[in-house]
Design a protein around this ligand. Structure first.
Ligand SMILES: Nc1nc2c(c(=O)[nH]1)N[C@@H](CN(C=O)c1ccc(C(=O)N[C@@H](CCC(=O)O)C(=O)O)cc1)CN2
Ligand code: GAR
Length: 245
């Protein structure tokens, strides 16, 4: 995916990579993680092409982000379906039309049925705003603050039938400050999500990261239960960006 490009001669035009790996992103809201993936792709740091963005919420700002990036943006409102299974059946059909190598949940706020998970098991990732297995589910920042935890963070994991229970791939940990609020903590976690998600997606698309029933594997080696822990500095270096803390 790129903007309009002009070149003097046909030889100047970079050939489209044969068999570029295809990514479909599912969203429900702002899409800041989608934007991080779009930005990584524009810097050739994703390892593939986002071919479609699908939202269950018609007013998701992430749809605007997709449109502005020239990516097909599809709205599939869950409220128009009689059951979770009916919705997931329709979602499977829309996704399969794009023939993805990887499905990325980026703030997608629907619990997926076993039928859906089994259809895409092993090629579906999610970003979760906690250091799994702590704080599965919703409202993670409020719960972490209520517990007065010293550290918090985010996790990329494979999606399985168990909600937020799939094999963890990559985590970023951060210190919780005494004066942190839900908003300040959310912002700190978001910054780290935007660094680690593109890294994990690139690893998968390059064939280095794989799912197995025993856990996530990196270059054929089984990862520990909490996946790999990336420091903020390491993640920033990996993405070759200047990052303000
Ligand atoms: N089967 C799975 N489905 C999903 C997983 C998963 O690991 N397995 N990850 C979640 C993402 N997620 C947290 O990271 C999450 C999303 C949504 C919910 C939830 O309770 N959703 C409610 C509706 C909530 C709302 O609309 O605000 C629901 O679906 O009824 C929990 C966790 C994505 N799906
Ligand atoms: N349980 C799922 C969940 O809470 N996911 C969280 O939703 C936010 C989406 O932000 P975004 O739309 O700006 O990417 C992200 O912080 C992500 O971790």
């Amino acid at each position: 995916m790129s903007g309009t490009q002009y070149s003097d001669t046909i030889t100047d035009m970079a050939p489209e990579p044969v068999g570029a790996r295809r990514v479909v992103v599912l969203i429900s809201g702002s899409g800041s993680n989608l934007q991080a993936l779009i930005d990584a792709q524009s810097h050739d740091r994703l390892g593939g092409e986002i071919v479609a963005v699908i939202s269950n919420e018609p007013d998701a700002y992430g749809l605007k982000r997709a449109h502005e990036a020239g990516i097909e943006a599809v709205v599939l409102p869950h409220r128009e379906y009689d059951s979770r299974d009916a919705y997931d059946g329709a979602l499977i059909k829309v996704i399969e039309r794009h023939e993805p190598d990887l499905i990325v949940l980026a703030g997608f706020m629907r619990i997926l049925t076993p039928r859906f998970v089994q259809r895409f098991l092993g090629r579906m990732l999610n970003i979760h705003p906690s250091l799994l297995p702590s704080y599965q589910g919703l409202n993670t920042h409020a719960r972490a603050l209520a517990d007065k935890v010293a550290s918090h963070g985010c996790s990329v994991h494979f999606v399985t039938e168990e909600l937020d229970g799939g094999p963890v791939v990559l985590q970023a940990e951060l210190a919780v400050s005494i004066d942190d609020t839900q908003d300040t903590l959310k912002d700190k976690v978001h910054a780290r999500e935007h660094l680690i998600y593109p890294i994990a997606v690139q690893w998968f698309l390059e064939g280095r990261l794989q799912y197995s029933a025993e856990g996530a594997k990196m270059d054929g080696h089984l990862l520990p239960a909490h996946g790999m822990r990336l420091s903020h500095e390491d993640a920033a270096e990996e993405l070759d960006e200047n990052v303000d803390d």
